[in-house]
Each structure stands twice: as C-alpha cells, then as structure tokens.
Design a protein around this ligand. Structure first.
Ligand code: G1P
Length: 901
C-alpha cells in the first residue's frame, strides 16, 4: 500500500496516521520573514530570525519530546476532552492500540491540513495551517464536528505557548528572560512584549510584539484568557493534561496585564451547541510584529477574521507558490512528476530559510554560505531569470582581490560582512561556483556583456589568502578594496573571475594539486589544512579554466573591443611557462608575489590584455592540469575498474585505493573528473563500474559518498568522526549524487545518469524507508531514512539536471536548444514526455513524441514545431529556437512539439 498519495498535479498529497512516523515536519513561510516548521501534531516552531522566535525553537529530538505544541482543545458535554491536534494524554496513550483515532494529513506548497476522527468521543476535527505569502502570521483554521446523533455542547480552547525571544535564550537565561515578558490581554487575544533583550551585543529595549489572537466562526472573540503557562496547565498540570481545560478554570476576562513568566496564548471560546453533524469553526492568528509596526496587527486581524477571508487567503497562498515553482514534468511515472514539483519548490524554501531554521538544521544563525548562495541562483536562473542578473553582479562584490571571498553574509543581496575576529576559514572550492552560475546565466540569457560589468572587491583584514592580517585595515577603511589613491577600485566581472581561477591555479601542495585548505565542498573535510590537497576540485577548476576560456571567446566574438582592461598586478598570474606549471615552489612564489602586491591597497592601474591571448593562456593551463591529473591520480583497478583519487590527507598520502582495511573510494573525485572532462570515455566506463560495485545501494538512494574507511582519520576531517552512513561519511548525499548524474549526462552517459537520479527519486518516494514527505533530502542514511529534509543544494541541481540535461531544454548564448536525453522508459504509454518551463520571459510547453519507443542514442530528431512554425534541427540531435524568434512571441504559453525518430 502506498503511504503518500498525490492528489493533484501540483504535488499535494495525503498521508494516513502521520503521527505514527517520527521526525516528520513541514515548512511554512511567507515572503515577509516568518518561517515555521510544523509537525502532523502541530509541533514545530515559528521565527523571523535567530533572535525572534515566536514559538520555542525545536531541534529534531524535540519533535517527539515536546508537548508545548500548538494545541486546540474541545470539551464536549463537559466530559469528553479532545485535542484537535492529537496532543493529549488520552490520545497519546491510545496510540498504536485499537483505540487510536483515525487521522489524515493533506499538504501542498506552504499549507498543511490534519483531520482526526475520534470514534469514542464522536468528534471530528480539521486543522488547516498556513502562512499568507506577505504577512508574518500563521493562520490556523479549525473546525470541530459533532459526529454523534445527539445535540451536544462544545467548549473550545486555543493553547499556544508563546516563547517570544531569541533562540539563544534556550540555554542562556531561559528563566531570566521570561521575567522580561510583559503580557497584555485584549479583546482578541494575548500580546507578549518583552521589556528588553540582552546578550553579548548589549542591552536593548524590547521592540517586538508576539501574539496569539482568536475568533470563532461567527466573529466572536474568546471569553476567558489564560495568559501564562502556569495559569493554563495549573499546579502539577502539563500541556497534555492542562488543568484549565480539565477542571474548567475561570481564567481572566480581557483586559488584563501581567508578566514576568512564561507566556501562553491560551483562551476559551463561548460554549456552543452543535446539532448532529453540525460543526463549529475557529480561527487562530499567531504572529509577531515590530513594536513600531504594531498597527499591522489590527490590519492582520481584519484581513483574516472570518472563515471566508481565511479560505480566500489560503487559495491565494496556494496559487502564489504554485506559480513561483512554475515548472512541470510529464513522464511515464506520475509520482515522479509530482516529486519533481517539490524538488522545484525546494530552492524557494532554501531562499527563505537559508541553511537554518528547520528541525534538523539546528545550526547557523540564518543566512547561507557563499557556495550555497551561488548554487541556489542556478534554480532561480531557470525559473525567475529576471532577478538574477543583479544578484550575480552584487555577489561578485564579495570577492577579495586575492581571489578568496567573504564568508560572512548578511541579509539582502551582496551584503558581505568583515571577519572581525580573525578566525578565517578558507574553503578551496569557493571560487569555483560563481563561474558555474555565471556561465549558466550567460547561456540562458545571451547576456555576455555581464562580463564587462564593473564591480568593487571586498576588503577586510584578511590578506594573503587568509594566511595573514592586514594591520593597516580597520573599519574606517570600509569593506571595499581601495587603490593607492584611496579610491574604491572597481573591476569587471571578467577580472573577478580571472583572479579567482588564476590565484587558485597557483595554490598547490606538494603533489601539485590545489590545496584543500580548510575544506572544499565537503565541509567536513576540515582537518587537513597543511598537507591536504583536493584532487576532486582541482579537476573542477581545470574544467572551469576551459569554460572561462570559452566565455572569453564568446565575448571576443560579440564585442567591438578585443581586449580587456585588467588590473596591472594580474600580469604575474598570467605566466604561461609550462616549466613553471610543473614546479610547485615556483607556483607558490608567484602566488605569494601577487598576494603581497595586493596586501593593502592596490595600484589601481590597468593594462590592456588581448581576449584571444587570455583564452589561450587559460586553455593551456587547463590542458596542462588535465594531463597532470590523468597521469598522476588515476587508480587502475582489476577487472576493468578504476577511478580517480579524490584527496591527499594531512600526511600527504593519497586517500583512496586498495587498502588492507578495504577499498577506499570517494564519489567526489569522480564527479568532477567526469564533469570537467579530465576523465576520458574509457575512464568513465571504469569509474561507473567501480561506483556501481563499491558505492551503489539502490535501496537507500543509490550512490554513497564514500566507502567505509574503517578509520577515524583525524588527518582528514570530522566526517570520519560521523558513524559510517551518516551525512558526509558515506551516506547517499543527494547533492553529490545529483552532481554525479549531471556529470554523466553531460558526457553522454545518459543511462548511467538517469540511474543515479532515479535511485534518489525512488528512495525519496519509498516512504516505508525514507520516512519523509515528498522532496529530496540532504542525504539518506544507511537505513534509507531521508535526513535534513528540504534545505539542500541537491534540489537546484536535480531540477537543473532534469531540465537542461534529461529534457535538454537550455539556453545557448540566449537561443533555446532542445536536446532531449530521455530514455524509452521515461515516455508515457502514448510515447510522449513533456515539460512546462519558462524561458526568456515566455512560458513553453514542450512535448517530445517518441512513437517508436526509442532510447537516447538510438533516436534522432525528425522535426520540431513551435505552434505552426517549423524549427531548425541541427546535427539531427537538437532543435533550435533563436532568441529573436522568442522575443517576438506573445505573452502566453507556447506549445513546442518535437518528433523523435
Ligand atoms: C550542505 C551544505 C553545502 C555543503 C554540503 C557538504 O549541503 O549546504 O554547502 O557543501 O553540505 O558538506 P546541502 O545541504 O546543500 O546538500
């Protein structure tokens, strides 16, 4: 029996008895800042940021532990006590017994509904919770139905514990900070205004209001209030057995004022009489506003104080998010298509939540890292390209003149903060991602001129690629690089890219491989900063050098100017003597020379460089690197196996190979060797064979990140401290598994790429083991459970790979290319596979017709039409829609049909 059932084409789904599965949570958020997690029992939390938690912050273990959840109680005929969210001692005790209530969860983008039926009490409840797209309020719409055949009285209570302070106060003055609470009861609800907040940043007067308001279906306000936890649970009571409900405590009428203790958004509504089958409705509004914006609270109340208004807002919310993630897949497998809806929605969740603020993501203080920032742009580029140019340009302002970058990222685009504590960490992969994103941007839009856009450089005390401090720098200097004349220096995006790629080229360790520094993509490879080298990312950078060369060619061909004005200091990095490429110490000297010229201020002088000469220079470096990698890092195994070593540890030893303790193989090195072109076809065949043998476990999502090293490698990183199968140590880490698929597709290994993608999708959809709602989780652990759900870069890459590789819908210098790499098994019973996707501001519905059921490799493109217009087919393999033609199309959905023969 399927557990998760999709109910519409937007990915909405149902799950019976969701409370019987642990650790389930669902994200809700608005564009205005409120972010919530909500469990099937309405546990979870709600916050604006690290310092502004409306509900108590939860980590994954709190999901089954906490009883302080959003609750709604009903007392029927003064005797039957029922929690509409299923959180009461009686309901908990009935779990897994024949007395357990029936429950059903239904959810879609940014909304969740839970329904419960208590046979013994003859009551049914439905609780819908969502956050409107533009308000910082959680709306709960509750209905309670009398399922008996007699008329009954019903008294209902809302019960929301209001935490109202910083997440840090969980283990830092939780009790003292409750003393800061000032609580006001007004007609519509309970308002908590902390008098002040204090932490290491200082003491500040309170500036926030947290609230819980309520109204019944006929517009009546609550009649009695329980504004503190103690008032509600009573002496010796608990959240699952609140004495106010069980013993009908009188509470207080509004108005009331008090404080100094844990606050509670609890109130009782007037008792109503329900005829058989009749239902009562209630609306709860939980939110927070800044003190100086408090009139918003009454605006919100007015906007959502009737069931009709709430229903309308819910429909608007659904429509808004469905429109955002406006990409649709139609293949043979409907469940897969629905899963893709969620995968396409996940990048929006990551934009809103960053890498924090869901129960597994109990770290960070909001925001995203540099690498995530750039990769999340990939999906935006495919869905909302208009906003991306500015984002990209601003993000380049985070690059330092030595090619490293700021890693402390404030809110908003391009707001990079100085590292004031002198605790630097340099991730050697960081310079890689901007080029990947910029390249996709240029391909999708044709805007090659972005390379000429002038952008400043970031400046703080960190110099010489994070190895020294600039004593002359202080906050007065500011965060932008200055010239000798104390002018802010601006250089082109191209210059930023060149500095990033070239500086990295020279930062090598003893094997002439790029140094690992404090980690690469794998954040948990953080203990090999002296002698560690990352072969995996050296491959990736080699690929980047070629990509940059091709962009420079494109620029050269599309501009009148055939030169670029670049900072004079760069000259030394453009050395083209192959003898030097092979000489580790010379390379290090060159980098030291460049970095020390840029230690404080730079000359600001520019020299002119020929674009074609620059491209040749980069190509020459890439070619040298690739040869070096192939000859030095390939590990040939028996039986047509083999793969690339991915790392050197802190003792300068190769990490992979055939060891007495077993085979050591890592996926990362293979991914970037394949993606960059370092791996040749013969290599790829052997890599695939080895990965299938040593890393592939279909039932847990496919390709694991590494084999079990059976060693606590303190000379590599904390990943080896994780038990094997967890997170970066040998789980099926979705992001890398998807990048593996992407790399294989790019190189034409389509069956192999699809195998990697499909294994992930199958594992995610297999609720029996994954135990997650639809979507791709950060990783699958050894028993197949999906972990760290929703917020993962894997989603952007999955979506991108499906669109640009499997369906082959992508830009090439702004034109639209349709180059399907679909397998016969992906076409439906009528031989069709289609995709709806935006491109260049227009919306396309593209259908591939494969009447003869052929596989990629065996088919060619017969013809292609956009409406009535025939498209040109190139090399029998792809159809092309020129930019000029797209620009002339009206604003509507355009059908493209491609015949595969
Ligand atoms: C996370 C981080 C990402 C990092 C990866 C591996 O991946 O966000 O920056 O590279 O772990 O350590 P994600 O959650 O994006 O899949």
């Amino acid at each position: 029996m399927k557990h998760i059932k999709f109910t519409d084409e937007h990915g909405s789904f149902t799950l019976r008895q969701p409370e019987n599965t642990s650790y389930l949570y669902f994200p809700l958020a608005s564009e205005a800042g409120l972010k919530s997690s909500v469990t099937p029992n309405l546990g979870g939390d709600a916050k604006m940021d690290q310092e502004t938690f409306l509900l108590e912050p939860v980590s994954s273990e709190n999901l089954h532990n906490n009883r302080s959840s959003r609750n709604f109680w009903c007392v029927a005929d003064k005797t039957d006590i029922f929690s509409a969210t299923g959180v009461s001692d009686g309901q908990e005790g009935a779990k897994f017994t024949p007395r357990q209530e029936e429950s059903l969860l239904t959810a879609g983008f940014m909304w969740q509904k839970t329904e419960r039926v208590s046979k013994s009490m003859q009551l049914a409840s439905a609780v819908t919770i969502f956050i409107p797209k533009d308000s910082n309020v959680e709306i709960m719409h509750i209905s309670i139905q009398n399922q008996s055949d007699r008329t009954r009285t019903l008294t209902s209570y809302a019960a929301i514990p209001i935490y109202g302070r910083s997440a840090d106060n969980i283990r830092d003055h939780r009790n003292v900070t409750s003393m800061l609470h000032r609580i006001f009861v007004k007609e519509q609800g309970i308002f908590v205004c902390p008098a002040m907040s204090f932490d290491e940043k200082g003491h500040r007067p309170g500036s926030r209001i947290y609230y819980a308001m309520g109204v019944n279906g006929s517009g009546q306000a609550p009649e009695r209030f329980y504004p503190t936890v103690e008032d509600f649970i009573g002496e010796g009571g608990s959240f699952t057995h609140p004495r106010a409900v069980h013993e009908e405590y009188p509470g207080y009428p509004a108005p009331w004022e008090g404080g100094g203790t844990e606050a509670m958004g609890a109130f009782r509504f007037e008792t109503v009489t329900l005829a058989p089958g009749e239902q009562a409705e209630y609306i709860l509004l939980l939110g927070t506003e800044a003190e100086d914006n408090k009139e918003n609270i009454s605006r919100i109340f007015q906007a959502y104080n009737t069931p009709a208004k709430v229903t309308k807002a819910l429909e608007e919310t659904k429509a808004y998010w469905q429109k955002k993630a406006d990409v649709g897949f139609h293949t043979k497998d409907k469940d897969f298509d629905c899963l893709m809806k969620w995968v396409s929605f996940q990048p929006f969740l990551r934009r809103l939540f960053g890498c924090s603020f869901l129960p597994h993501h109990d770290y960070g203080r909001g925001g995203r890292g540099w690498r995530d920032l750039w990769q999340d742009c990939l999906s935006l580029l495919l869905l909302e390209p208009e906003s991306v140019r500015q984002m990209i340009v601003k993000n380049y302002g985070g690059v330092r003149i030595d090619g490293t970058n700021a890693t402390i990222i404030g809110s908003g685009d391009g707001n990079f903060l100085a590292d004031r504590n002198g605790i630097t960490r340099v991730w050697m992969d960081h310079a890689l991602w901007p080029l990947m994103t910029t390249k996709l941007y240029i391909q999708q839009t044709g805007d090659i001129q972005i390379l000429n856009q002038q952008v400043p450089y970031f400046k703080d005390a960190q110099v010489l690629r994070g190895t020294a401090l600039d004593e002359l720098w202080n906050t007065e200097y500011g965060n932008q690089q200055l010239t000798a004349e104390n002018q802010v220096y601006v250089g082109s995006v191209l210059e930023h890219l060149l500095i990033q790629q070239l500086a990295a080229f020279y930062e090598v360790g003893s094997h002439n491989i790029y140094r690992l520094r404090d980690a690469d993509w794998n954040d948990a490879l953080d203990m090999a900063s002296e002698k560690g080298e990352s072969v995996a990312f050296t491959c990736a950078y080699a690929g980047n050098l070629l990509e940059l060369a091709s962009l420079i060619h494109l620029l050269d061909h599309s501009s009148m100017e055939h030169t670029a004005e670049l900072l004079e200091e760069i000259e030394v990095l453009l050395c083209s003597d192959p003898e030097i490429y092979g000489d580790v110490s010379k390379k290090q000297e060159i980098l030291a020379d460049y970095a020390s010229q840029c230690r404080h201020n730079i000359s600001g002088k520019r020299a002119s460089f020929s674009l074609s000469v620059l491209a040749v220079n980069l190509t020459q470096k890439a070619t040298w690197l690739m040869d070096h990698l192939r000859s030095q890092e390939w590990l040939e195994g028996p039986e047509e196996e083999g793969w690339f070593n991915s790392y050197y540890d802190n003792q300068g030893q190769q990490a992979e190979g055939f060891f007495p303790s077993g085979v050591r193989m890592m996926l990362t090195g293979q991914v970037f060797a394949i993606m960059s072109g370092v791996a040749e076809e013969a290599h790829i065949r052997k890599i695939v064979k080895s990965a299938d043998r040593y890393l592939y476990r279909k039932e847990i999502g496919g390709y694991r990140l590494n084999t079990d090293f059976h060693e606590l490698k303190l000379d590599m990183g904390r990943m080896f401290g994780f038990a094997y199968g967890e997170k970066e140590n040998g789980s099926v880490f979705s992001h890398m598994a998807v990048m593996y698929a992407n790399a294989l597709y790019r190189r034409g290994f389509v069956k192999e790429g699809w195998k990697a993608l499909k294994a992930l999708a199958d594992a995610a959809l297999n609720f029996e083991t994954s135990r997650i709602f639809p979507g791709v989780p950060e990783y699958f652990r050894a028993d197949g459970r999906g972990m760290y759900h929703y917020l993962t870069g894997a989603a952007s890459w999955y979506m991108m790979t499906m669109i640009t590789e499997a369906f082959g819908v992508r830009g090439e210098a702004g034109d639209l290319i349709l180059y399907p790499k679909l397998l016969a098994e992906q076409f439906d019973a009528n031989g069709k596979a289609s995709i709806t996707v935006p491109f260049a501001g227009k919306r396309f519905f593209i259908t591939y017709e494969n009447k003869n059921g052929k596989d990629f490799g065996a088919y060619t493109i017969g013809s292609a039409f956009c409406g009535q217009e025939e498209l040109s087919v190139c090399e029998d393999s792809f159809a092309l829609l020129p930019r000029s033609m797209i620009a002339a199309l009206p604003e509507e959905t355009h059908c493209i049909t491609v015949e595969i023969i």
